[in-house]
Design a protein around this ligand. Structure first.
Ligand SMILES: Cc1cc2nc3c(=O)[nH]c(=O)nc-3n(C[C@H](O)[C@H](O)[C@H](O)COP(=O)(O)O)c2cc1C
Length: 232
């Protein structure tokens, strides 16, 4: 299959048949993954192949009950070996390179799956500590993706992809007021949301509620016992 065809045809496939995926096919996926680029060619990745039904179920639970994971004939869990990257690059290796490197490996694997006629999905929403516990992961490794693999039992419609003119800028960000505006807007929304959470937490603390009510009462009726001030 031609590369651009594989890139265009790749979809997140969540519905898979029960048909087994052969060792040869898995090997091809892993081969594609291990050939990915990595900072300093450190190759800070480890792939765990899971076929055991109970382990798959526990992984699905760790992934916030995404049960399609459990139904896949095989699940590949990708780990970033941050300890390895730390030796080469310190903090940047731990926080950035090992994650980028493993992500490149995952994408290679997903494209290889398309070329082999397999279906797969990059699952990133999971509780890392639970996954590490289930797979008895040693220190120094961080799970970055769970990839259920099988034969597609669905052909998802291509989702919306942002057009090039929206995501490409030439030379600098000079003529890019909309990005700055969008940052300010989302910052304001984030702030309001955070304040709302903070205030609702305060409100649910009984002492604060009592003080506010007593303050309001004292303002409405100065003869009541409140002194017109309140403390948190
Ligand atoms: C970092 C990352 C995390 C993702 N996590 C999940 C996930 O937890 N569950 C899921 O069903 N899909 C997950 N996806 C798949 C995306 O939903 C999917 O890529 C996106 O909707 C675009 O669809 P496409 O892959 O068919 O182009 C994830 C993808 C990426 C790259």
């Amino acid at each position: 299959m031609e590369l651009f065809e594989a890139i265009r045809n790749r979809r997140s496939v969540r519905v898979l048949t029960e048909e087994e995926v052969s060792e040869r096919e898995i090997k091809e996926l892993l081969e594609a993954a291990r050939l990915a680029p990595s900072a300093g060619n450190i190759q800070p990745w480890v792939f765990v192949i899971v076929r055991d039904p109970d382990t798959k179920k526990r992984l699905a639970e760790a992934a916030l009950n995404q049960f399609f994971i459990e139904k896949a004939p095989v699940v590949i869990v990708v780990f970033a070996d941050w300890n390895r990257s730390r030796q080469g690059y310190g903090g940047r290796g731990v926080n950035l390179y090992c994650i980028q490197d493993s992500a490149a490996a995952v994408e290679n694997m997903l494209l290889a799956a398309v070329a082999l006629g397999l279906g797969a999905c990059w699952v990133g929403a999971f509780q890392e500590d639970v996954v590490s516990d289930v797979l008895k992961v040693p220190e120094g490794l961080r799970p970055v993706a769970i990839v259920p693999v099988g034969r597609p039992a669905e052909k998802p419609n291509p989702p919306y992809k942002r057009p090039l003119d929206e995501v490409v800028r030439y030379e600098t960000f000079q003529d890019c007021d909309f990005l700055r505006k969008s940052y300010k807007e989302s910052f304001a929304l984030w702030l309001i949301g955070d304040m709302f959470v903070f205030l609702s937490k305060l409100w649910s603390s009984n002492r604060f509620k009592r003080e506010v009510l007593s303050y309001v009462r004292s303002k409405l009726d100065p003869s009541s016992s409140g002194n017109g001030t309140f403390e948190v």
